[in-house]
Design a protein around this ligand. Structure first.
Ligand code: BEZ
Length: 391
């Protein structure tokens, strides 16, 4: 049947009128306010920058919008200073009224953020800090982590060291939650399998006067040293370790933070170091290849593990917001979608544990040239025990 032209016009206008309010409402939707609280100064600067880059890349891949709503960023430099954390988080929560808080690198700062998120109900995505309490006693429906716990890589390396035939070890780290939990996890696995930790040494964060500790390590003559340092501090530590003449006699091991994003600065001193981490070079899965090419194109530099964690934080937020079509007032649905998200991560498949911490492979990596080459899986699909989490 052919419709009369004027009737068709009326029909068209009616259809347009029906569609218009929805379209207009969509255009009017406020932006989703994302607060990035990360270190943009100090020893962890490059970590904060790379997390930011990764997060923004994930959002850009969604056309800059999630569930039809544009994203607006608010940024605070947390300086990796736990004492300033409550004030800094308040700038984003109370002043900028962010819908979601993304941060941070330093565990001491992130612990303060998690306490505030728990008290205020603000949605929090932790893109790095590994303190167990964040997804342990402080766990909450609105608190998610896309990175790791220090336990995961430390425990995996304890087991790996036994496989390498090591019998004695010294641990050395920065004295704060991340470092202490990393060396404790190493010790837990190493001693459970018959190894012996001769001494646990630590210096205050972010000090880098390593010399007297290196002298003591030489005197103790362990089979190996396990160390957590990261960022600028890790560059200096690995170089000082080699310059002290220890590298050839007492091999240095650690969680992958020791050599990730740092190889340019560490150069020859890092060659051959074995580390454990949830990401590495040469994974060669399609997602990693695409991610690395997109990151290089966007920023002109190679991504590292911190870029991946930022990217996956963006992917996790996208999974939640898209599921509720941008209506983030649908809290329960938003959180359920994030909890059950199966993230196609550059690290390989990633899901979240009951306490909202990633479950993923922990790879064994070896420094070869400018790469942390994956040479095996130290612990497949390793989940943190989430001790103390009641949710
Ligand atoms: C932390 O403080 O949790 C941390 C910092 C740098 C690398 C890894 C963990």
């Amino acid at each position: 049947m052919r419709l009369h032209t004027s009737f068709r016009r009326i029909l068209g206008a009616a259809a347009a009128a029906l569609l218009l309010p929805a379209a207009a409402a969509r255009a009017d939707q406020p932006k989703i306010r994302v607060g990035l609280m990360l270190p943009y100064s100090g020893t962890y600067t490059s970590l904060g920058v790379n997390i930011t880059n990764g997060f923004k890349l994930a959002i850009a891949e969604h056309g800059g919008k999630l569930g039809g709503r544009a994203i607006e960023y608010f940024t605070v430099d947390d300086e990796s200073d736990p004492a300033k954390a409550p004030d800094n988080a308040n700038k984003l929560i109370k002043r900028d009224h962010v819908d979601v808080l993304v941060g941070t690198v330093h565990s001491g700062v992130a612990l303060a953020m998690a306490k505030m998120a728990k008290d205020t109900g603000t949605l929090l995505i932790v893109p790095n800090a590994g303190a167990g309490d964040i997804t342990g006693p402080l766990c909450a429906p609105n608190i998610f982590r896309t990175s790791f716990t220090m336990w995961q890589s430390g425990y995996a390396m304890g087991k790996e060291a036994l496989r390498e035939g090591k019998k004695t070890a010294v641990t050395f780290t920065w004295k704060y939650a991340a470092g202490e939990e990393s060396v404790d996890a190493f010790k837990e696995a190493f001693e459970a399998g018959g190894g012996k930790v001769l001494k646990m040494m630590a210096l205050p964060f972010p000090q880098v006067e390593f010399q007297s500790y290196l002298t003591e390590i030489a005197a103790l003559k362990p089979d190996m040293v396990y160390s957590f340092f990261s960022g600028g501090g890790a560059v200096k530590y690995v170089k000082d370790y080699a310059a002290a003449g220890l590298k050839a006699h007492i091999p240095l091991y650690g969680p992958g933070f020791l050599t990730d994003g740092t190889l340019e600065g560490q150069g020859e001193a890092a060659q051959g170091i074995l580390t454990t981490l949830h990401y590495g070079d040469g994974l060669d899965n399609p997602k990693d290849k695409a991610f690395r090419a997109a990151y290089l194109k966007a920023y002109g530099s190679e991504p590292d593990v911190f870029s991946v964690q930022g990217y996956d934080s963006g992917q996790l937020l996208a999974a939640g917001v898209e599921a509720v079509k941008g209506d983030i007032s649908k809290r329960k649905e938003l959180i359920a979608a994030m909890e059950h998200a199966k993230i196609d991560s550059p690290r390989g498949p990633m899901t979240l544990s009951r306490s909202h911490n990633p479950v993923n492979n922990i790879y064994l990596r070896k420094v070869v040239g400018k790469e942390n080459k994956v040479i095996g899986i130290a612990a497949p699909a390793l989940a943190d025990p989430g001790r103390g989490c009641k949710m």
